[in-house]
Design a protein around this ligand. Structure first.
Ligand code: 6R9
Length: 692
């Protein structure tokens, strides 16, 4: 069925002579203690024995089932959720082949359910009402709170009732622009309860980016807060929202209501600007509503949320996820990849403004009745031990974060880690970019005391949930490899002609059949969905990532192969940064490439040419960087501006980024052929100006 299956089968059935395989058998027999040999890191026998998937064989059996009978496999799992009405037949239908017509993916169509009901009411009915759903840790140590499942449901219902009362209906969009307060998952769940479509915008985005998203999805209401503290800084979010709403209104779309939470952790009481008739304090209205609210039953294929993400052109893409398949998929991936048990305390450091916060702060964990830590602050405030302080305080057992955070803490020294016990930790997780083996080992050996498997989860906003991920009890790990596909996922590696390559190889990572958590379209632009993801390699979903597979069938992600840069796990399109730069009145042209960055993974390196007669200066550099910060957000600010009198272009006028990448990374002896350039001398000019 799949060449992946052959790989893992051969791995599991090799004779036990080789050292590697006898180790593997030891794992299967549950005899091995945590040990490291060659490049393999084994879970301990104790760990494997208690795991949901305790052995390669068990993984293989389940994987095989999921590929041979996806409908049966996923129906069994879906039956564990509450459905007002069961789905019809077929369980799923798909067309991933652009040559055969419109791309279409549907799962559990005809089934009526509600994801908020499944996160809250269902878990309360099964006896988890008094279990802690959320622990909230504020920016300031000592500032904290918590909600049980019962209390969370009440809060969600109050907001849901308020939203209904102001006219929000099934299918309406709601934009949420909040920091990591409990009100953020509350707002997401309240939308889901009434069938409204939430679109969370990361609260680090600028007013312009927010306005762009508001104008695209046209929400009735925007939910925000007055201000937030982050580290020692205070950020006045409402001012940013005001600017975005003014911008949007000027462009013909006025938002009716701006619901503003008064965030008490923003201790300084500043006067929040107010537009009467539009702005409402959350605390003044929401708390007056009843604490129960009927559920809006929706079709499995009704939209749940929109989340904008960067692509290789300037305009962000509104990735649309629907309800039923996403629910089943996030819950299942969470359970298996983190080997989740009811006694776990789970903390994911991602912000709900990104997909990780949707699937693995809010939905996946709550669907499993997990206890989730929500952290408002910054990981280095008041010092670099904050994460481990939080781990000890809440007895966190599953800690999920990004390589960029691991690398930045690694630089601060081991002392910040060893000062804390971390005894509660059981499993570690990594997401957002490839984790370099050295960071992997530091995370594993130091943070996890060499006893916690690392789930290095490869997935995307588009995939909804984990695609390639270790199942921590099943497989020995290789530092830096995301290992094997999750149940139901058929990854393939293709060459530049779109031909699947077998065995040990590297190429473009595609997926060959649908999975329940897949996105269904780009909001308002199904054609862009088809061209971006399904046209490069007809017959497949193309991820935009490069990948290699080693002799044992392990997958190694190698990063984006398109014009997307991954900065600290945040996707940023080079075109977006370029268009921000050229909007500066003194910038004529810009070309942006990614360069290796010690902490961020990739940094943003911008080549700019200036309007005729404008001299380059330090002030101009600052002003260019500021333009990007203002238009996209601080996280997209270029690390380096390289003034260029001219850019290397082909005779047809195409910028040769290959050459720019080499110059940016100072690999000057690898520039390759420059003879096809319209003016080869610009390359020497650029090199001469590189460090000025
Ligand atoms: C979940 C998320 C997706 C892109 C993806 C890839 C990179 C994410 C990774 C990883 C290697 C991992 N990526 N996880 N690369 N190993 N474990 O990050 O979604 O923001 O959409 O980014 O991130 O390049 O294509 P998103």
């Amino acid at each position: 069925t799949s060449n992946h299956l052959q790989h893992v089968e051969s791995l599991a059935t090799l004779p036990s002579g080789a050292g590697r395989i006898s180790k593997l058998n030891a794992v299967i027999l549950g005899e091995s203690l945590a040990s490291e040999e060659d490049d393999l890191v084994f879970p301990s026998g104790d760990f494997s024995r208690q795991a949901h998937v305790p052995s390669p064989q068990k993984y293989l059996d389940m994987y095989k089932m999921s590929i041979e009978d996806p409908a049966g496999f996923w129906s069994d799992i879906a039956s564990q959720f509450y459905w007002k009405q069961r789905w019809g037949q077929p369980v799923y239908s798909e067309n991933l082949d652009i040559r055969k017509g419109r791309i279409k993916i549907e799962w559990f169509k005809g089934g009526m359910t509600n994801i908020c009901y499944n996160c809250l009411d269902r878990n309360i009915e099964s006896g988890n009402g008094e279990k802690t759903a959320l622990f909230w840790e504020g920016n300031e140590p000592g500032d904290d709170g918590n909600l049980t499942y019962n209390q969370l449901l009440q809060r969600v219902c109050q907001l849901a009732n308020y939203l209904k009362d102001i006219g929000v209906k099934k299918g309406d969009a709601v934009v949420i622009y909040l920091p990591m307060l409990m009100e953020l998952p509350i707002a997401m769940l309240a939308c889901a309860r009434i069938g409204a479509v939430h679109s969370v915008v990361f609260a680090g985005f600028s007013a312009e980016s927010l306005a762009q998203r508001i104008m695209d999805c046209k929400p009735k209401v925007v939910i925000t807060c007055n201000a937030v503290r982050r580290g020692s800084k205070i950020i006045y979010l409402k001012d940013i929202v005001d600017a975005a709403l003014a911008d949007s209104a000027q462009n013909g779309f006025a938002v009716d209501v701006c619901l503003t939470y008064e965030n008490c952790s923003a201790l300084e009481k500043v006067k929040t600007k107010w537009q009467e008739g539009r702005d409402t304090w959350w605390q003044d209205v929401v708390t007056k509503y009843p604490t129960t609210c009927d559920v809006e039953w929706v079709d499995a294929e009704d939209p749940l949320f929109l989340l904008y993400t960067s692509g290789s052109t300037g305009k962000p893409k509104g990735v649309l996820h629907t309800t039923g398949g996403y629910m089943v998929y996030t819950a299942t991936t969470f359970k298996y990849a983190f080997d989740y048990k009811p006694s776990d305390i789970y903390w994911c450091t991602a912000d709900c403004g990104w997909i990780t916060g949707h699937s693995y702060v809010t939905y996946g964990p709550l669907l499993n009745a997990a206890t989730v830590v929500v952290f408002e602050g910054a990981p280095n405030y008041p010092d670099s031990g904050r994460c481990w302080d939080i781990v000890d305080k809440y007895k966190v057992s599953i800690f999920y974060t990004a390589p960029t955070l691991v690398r930045s803490l690694m630089r601060e020294g081991d002392e910040y880690v060893t000062r804390y016990s971390r005894k509660s930790l059981r499993i570690l997780g990594s997401v957002g970019e490839p984790i370099n083996p050295s960071a992997w080992r530091w995370f594993y050996n130091l943070v996890g005391d060499s006893r916690c498997p690392i789930s290095d989860t490869w997935w995307q906003t588009e995939t909804g949930g984990f695609m390639i991920t270790p199942l921590p009890g099943a497989w020995p790990q290789k530092p830096g490899s995301a290992t094997f596909p999750f149940f139901g996922v058929q990854p393939v590696i293709v060459d530049e002609k779109g031909v699947e390559i077998e065995g040990e190889c590297s190429g473009y990572l595609c997926v060959k059949s649908s999975w329940p958590g897949a996105f269904r379209t780009l909001y308002g632009d199904h054609e862009r969905y088809e061209t971006t993801y399904f046209s490069a390699f007809p017959g497949y979903y193309f991820s935009g990532d490069g990948c290699s597979r080693d002799k044992d069938g392990y997958h190694w992600l190698t990063g984006r192969v398109d014009d997307v840069i991954n900065v600290s796990g945040h996707r940023i399109g080079t075109a977006e940064v370029e268009s921000a730069l050229v909007s500066h009145p003194q910038c004529a042209e810009a070309a942006v490439v990614g360069v290796e960055h010690e902490v961020k993974g990739q940094g943003i390196y911008a080549f700019v040419t200036l309007v005729e007669g404008v001299p380059y200066s330090e002030d101009l550099r600052k002003s260019l960087v500021l333009t990007v910060r203002n238009q996209i957000g601080a996280f997209a600010a270029p690390d380096k501006i390289h003034w260029a009198p001219g850019l290397p272009k082909t005779r047809s006028g195409k910028i040769m980024r290959r050459i720019l990448r080499k110059i940016a990374s100072r690999q000057l002896d690898e520039l390759g052929d420059t003879s096809t350039l319209a003016d080869p001398s610009v390359v020497d000019q650029l090199i001469a100006l590189a460090d000025s």
